[in-house]
Write a protein that binds this ligand. Structure first.
Ligand code: ATP
Ligand code: MG
Length: 717
């Protein structure tokens, strides 16, 4: 219908073009990874604007992450140039919900400057409510209620809609009543939680048809990426907005639905065709991203799922290299392998920005980060701060810096009143003024000031103690091994205790990180060498945002692509994750397999699947067996590179995993694996540095930590 010479349309294949040019009426693009769904969406927006069918402000596009929204904005600008009429409404469900809700806050009993609670606040508030109701919050933990309320909100259930049966599970049927109290408290506080951003907008629309009508009229075209991961509330929200003009275009891939545990419903795809009768459906089958080997491996793997709509994928691209499989004795060696391969690639001028390491749970990251830091490889963590950027690590480093140099003002300022010791801003101001005046560092100024009447006696004595402590630690630099000294500093300063007394949910993780920090110190001769190294790594990766390896969870990798992808930790119990299997059985296994499919299909040219026979998670060693997913890969498209001596891809027969009763239930004939399996139990058989006994039992098999991308982005460390 449109001039074929339009530059942004050339280069699209026929089906993609149909998807771009079918502008009126509902449209569903259902297609596998790398077939250009996101590209179609972006081009559609460009096309709508370029042909004058809609002003940018009349277009609403929903992406899964804020990052994806930014990228889409850039691509649209590149396609049609800067547009005078502003930009489309482009963002996550939550971002757009917030925008709408702020405009009409008073209609749902809020003020427009309402606060958005993060998970911590939410749990704290629920705990108050549980206690106020004279319930035992040990028996009925706030966290569990928070989870329950989230799951209701994911289904757009307001307190009055929660069925008696569903409320049964918490505090003998009082779940719904507590939910109601919670909502009332939120109103009083002029606050909402994440779920409310949608649920309250839905309520706004339902109770105010005129407001809804205005938005229905305004948004002539609505587009949604990653549609397979929408939950019921998001679906209802979309349906309300799209019902007017019916110009709703959703793109998705049922094989990439990986947020079922957060309430996403693949059924929304089926519902779409039901709710929007006559919807056009476009299927894209040509993959433009990956080499033939990678695509074949991924397609073969996902074919093991029963619960799928099914689709074919092909590529006209090169065969490329087979998917590499490498085994390691333990997770440290795995991290070393990753570092080695990346260094080789770097030597061949492979851009680091085109390399990603995708892990199943974020606890896997630390060993890899440590390795990167040791090698001086710049990297970034997507969906969370890098190890050395975390709050507790920065604090600890600041202490170490002051021990090494009493002239480090930035470091001193950071820990001067952390943990809280009654040295407030006023005291700091006085120190600053004096230091500036005398041209000396803060600590030296403090030393002078405690001899005067400038400061109150209480602050004087606190400062005196602090300075004395630093003097002591500085002297110990010569006499005490540096790892021990690091622990002494964190203990004696009260820093460790501060986190031990902290009741917030992240406190445990922060203590783990501090332990990890001490462990990393072991690899350096002294504190100075370590600090120098850290500052170099931080520096190297700050300025140049392009040249960095990306490290993230598989969940956070959705929609992205990289030339080279590392997939470590393909072990039973970790991946597929034991908790997913325990809680959801076959459905859980299939979601894990979809996650594996997402991981593999991020790679353009090279994918490397890795496993270790022993893994340390949260400081605990576990003996592990290779993931069943490895066995499900087609032999013709994989190549075993490095592996423990006894491992050979071809000869650990397929049947072994098929018979296996799930994680840790398979048997291994080869001597290497038998040994690895017998060595189970924390600390046993681990090569070096295994902690004697562990903080927690059970090991890694019990956490699912898919990044909650939107939340992670909203709350910073
Ligand atoms: P995912 O399911 O992983 O989100 P997708 O279906 O959204 O994938 P895109 O990210 O849009 O796929 O496209 C994958 C890659 O293929 C991108 O690099 C894109 O630029 C490229 N691509 C898509 N269509 C074409 C085409 N017609 N010609 C050349 N390259 C294309
Ligand atoms: Mg995409």
């Amino acid at each position: 219908a449109v001039q074929p010479q339009v530059p942004y349309l050339t280069g699209l294949n026929l089906e993609q073009r149909r998807a771009v040019e079918t502008l009126e009426g509902p449209l569903l693009v259902l297609a596998g990874a790398g077939t250009g769904k996101t590209r179609v969406l972006t081009t559609r927006i460009a096309h709508l604007i370029a042909t004058g069918r809609a002003f940018p402000s009349q277009i609403l596009a929903v992406t899964f992450t804020n990052k994806a929204a930014r990228e889409m904005k850039e691509r649209i600008t590149a396609l049609v140039g800067a547009v005078a009429e502003g930009m489309p409404w482009l963002g996550t469900f939550h971002a757009i919900g917030t925008k709408i809700l702020r405009r009409h806050a008073e209609l749902v009993g809020l003020k427009s400057d309402f606060a958005i609670l993060d998970t911590d606040d939410q749990i704290r508030l629920l705990k108050q409510i549980i206690r106020a109701e004279n319930l035992d919050d040990k028996r009925w933990p706030a966290r569990q209620l928070a989870h329950l309320i989230d799951s209701w909100k994911n289904r757009a259930l307001t307190p009055d809609k929660v069925s008696a049966g569903e409320a049964q599970g918490f505090a003998n049927g009082r779940g719904a009543a507590l939910y109601k109290l919670y909502q009332e408290r939120l109103k009083v506080l002029n606050a909402v939680d994440f779920g409310d951003l949608l649920v309250e907008t839905i309520r706004l629309f339902r109770e105010n048809p005129d407001v809804l009508a205005r938005y229905q009229d305004r948004f002539r075209y609505i587009l949604v990426d990653e549609y397979q991961d929408t939950n019921v509330a998001q679906y209802l929200w979309l349906r309300l907005l799209a019902q007017g003009r019916q110009n709703l275009c959703c793109v998705g891939d049922d094989d990439q639905s990986i947020y079922g545990w957060r309430g996403a419903e693949v059924d929304n795809i089926l519902r779409f065709e039901h709710d929007f009768p006559g919807a056009a459906v476009v299927r894209l089958e040509r993959n433009y991203r990956s080499t033939a080997h990678i695509l074949a491996a991924a397609s073969h793997l996902i074919a093991h799922n029963e619960d799928r709509l099914g689709k074919t994928l092909h590529t006209d691209g090169a065969a490329g290299e087979p998917v590499a499989i490498t085994g390691a004795w333990d997770s440290e060696e795995e991290a070393r392998q990753i570092g080695e391969v990346i260094e080789t690639l770097q030597a061949q001028a492979h851009p680091l920005s085109q390399i990603a390491v995708l892990v199943r749970i974020s606890a896997q990251m630390r060993e890899i980060e440590d390795r990167f830091v040791q090698l001086g490889l710049p990297y970034r963590v997507i969906g969370g701060p890098r190890f050395y950027e975390r709050l507790e690590i920065r604090d600890a480093l600041a202490y170490f810096r002051c021990v090494v140099s009493q002239a480090d003002d930035l470091a001193f300022e950071r820990i001067f009143n952390t943990p809280k010791r009654g040295l407030g801003d006023a005291t700091l101001q006085i120190l600053h003024a004096y230091a500036r005046h005398a041209g000396i560092p803060l600590m030296q100024a403090a030393r002078a000031l405690i001899e005067t009447e400038e400061l109150k006696p209480k602050q004087r004595s606190t400062l005196r103690d602090l300075l004395a402590a630093f003097d002591r630690w500085s002297r110990q630099l010569e006499t005490v091994p540096h790892t021990e000294l690091a622990e002494i500093v964190l203990d004696e300063s009260g820093y460790t205790t501060m986190w031990q007394n902290d009741r917030s949910p992240e406190a445990g993780g922060r203590l783990d990180n501090l332990k990890e920090l001490i462990r990393t110190l072991e690899e350096f001769p002294d504190l100075q060498a370590f600090l120098e190294h850290v500052s170099l790594v931080m520096d190297a990766s700050e300025g140049d945002s392009h040249e960095r390896v990306s490290l993230m969870t598989l969940h956070a990798a959705k929609g992205l692509e990289f030339d080279t992808v590392f997939l470590p930790g393909w072990e039973e119990g970790l991946f597929p994750n034991q908790r997913a299997l325990d809680e959801q059985g076959r459905a859980g296994l299939e979601e894990e397999r979809r996650l594996a499919y997402v991981g593999l299909t991020r790679a353009r040219k090279s994918a490397r699947i890795m496993f270790a026979s022993n893994r340390r998670i949260h400081g605990l060693w576990n003996a592990t067996a290779p993931s069943r997913f490895i066995d499900e890969l087609p032999e013709a498209h994989v190549e075993v590179k490095e592996a423990p001596a006894a491992f050979s891809y071809g000869n650990y027969g397929r049947s072994r995993f098929d018979q296996g009763s799930g994680a840790f239930g398979s048997t291994y004939n080869t001597p290497g694996w038998t040994r690895a399996r017998q060595n189970s139990g924390p600390g046993f058989g681990a090569p070096t540095g295994a902690p004697p006994g562990g903080r927690r039992g059970g090991g890694h098999g019990h956490t699912i930590e898919g990044e909650i991308v939107a939340r992670a982005a909203a709350s910073s460390a």
